[in-house]
Design a binder for this molecule. Structure first.
Ligand SMILES: [Zn+2]
Length: 308
């Protein structure tokens, strides 16, 4: 049995997983953000409530673990930030602990129980608050130490001229410290900034998408530029990883029209030809953090059994 946690800045969701088809969620618990001992106690109380001896504990976090130092970067939970979180929790809980970020868990969930089933290489993308992603190959998360693999949203690659006809674009500064990241112009807030730049109008991303679908000219122009900017780098991800499916999660993926348009643009720009959709909506939309954590936990248990 695997104990899975989805650690958010305000709530901790927990579940016991006996199989991928048998994941039993617990009531949400409040996240102690400033007291690590209290944080550990919440995890312990959840494990006790499940009442079975777990093989391991898996955490989905909104952050990263530095692969060189093992230290966590979790901006919204100060007590769990900047510390060797895995070692600390293993000592405190007396159980093996695995940690993956939310994008990693999303990719694992899609591989194990979603649109990525049956695919050897699954690159899962996030389009929402941020632009992110993660890679699973042959069931293995290619980010085993919680580092940075799959982070296609952060690099200064955003086009400075895009759309048909092309328009000059600024390089927006990004929260990571760089300029010109896709995260800064193709996330939900990025789409809003792009629309503002092109039209001078402030509008929520979901309204821009709605206007686009109803044929409104300004929104159509914004989406023309947006899809042009996003599809080139995503096509490169396909060529580099050899992924045969890209499940997309995050708030913007709720627009099936956006995902369909992105799929057409990406498929027109890659070397391999797919006679079927490549970029698709994620299927594990309910608790992908917990499901992905369970996939990671069962893989860990399977590997450990093989090694014995
Ligand atoms: Zn960035």
């Amino acid at each position: 049995m695997i104990v899975c946690f989805d650690i958010g800045g305000t709530a901790i969701k927990g579940a016991g997983a006996w199989s991928l088809d048998d994941v039993r969620p617990l009531a949400r618990r409040q996240t102690p953000t400033h007291d690590f001992d209290a944080f550990v106690l919440v995890l312990k109380s959840a494990i006790a409530e499940i009442g079975d001896a777990p093989d391991c504990v898996v955490l989905s976090i909104t952050g990263i673990i530095d692969p060189d130092t093992g230290k966590s970067f979790i901006a919204n939970i100060p007590c769990a930030h900047d510390r060797p979180l895995k070692d600390g929790l293993e000592t405190a809980l007396g159980l093996p602990v695995l940690i993956a970020n939310d994008a990693d868990c999303c990719a694992l969930a899609e591989y194990g129980a979603g649109a990525g089933r049956g695919h050897r290489v699954v690159f899962s993308a996030i389009l929402g608050t941020g632009v992110g992603g993660a890679l699973v190959v042959d069931g293995k998360l290619i980010n085993s130490t919680g580092g940075f693999a799959g982070e296609w949203g952060h690099a200064p690659v955003a086009a400075t001229r895009a759309g048909n006809p092309p328009v000059d674009l600024p390089r927006f500064s990004c929260g990571c410290g760089l300029e010109g990241c896709l995260d800064a112009i193709c996330s939900a807030r990025g789409m809003e900034k792009l629309h503002q730049h092109l039209t001078g109008k402030s509008m929520a991303a979901e309204d821009i998408l709605e206007n686009w679908q109803s044929g409104e000219a300004e929104a159509a122009r914004t989406l023309d530029v947006y899809i042009d900017m996003l599809s080139g780098p995503l096509a490169l991800v396909v060529n580099v990883t050899g992924t045969t499916i890209i499940p997309v999660a995050g708030g913007l993926s709720n627009s099936s029209a956006l995902i369909d348009a992105l799929d057409a643009a990406v498929r027109a720009r890659i070397l391999r030809r797919f006679p079927r959709p490549l970029v698709v909506q994620a299927q594990c939309t309910i608790e992908p953090g917990l499901v992905g954590a369970a996939v990671l936990g069962f893989d860990f248990v399977g590997q450990r059994a093989k090694a014995l």
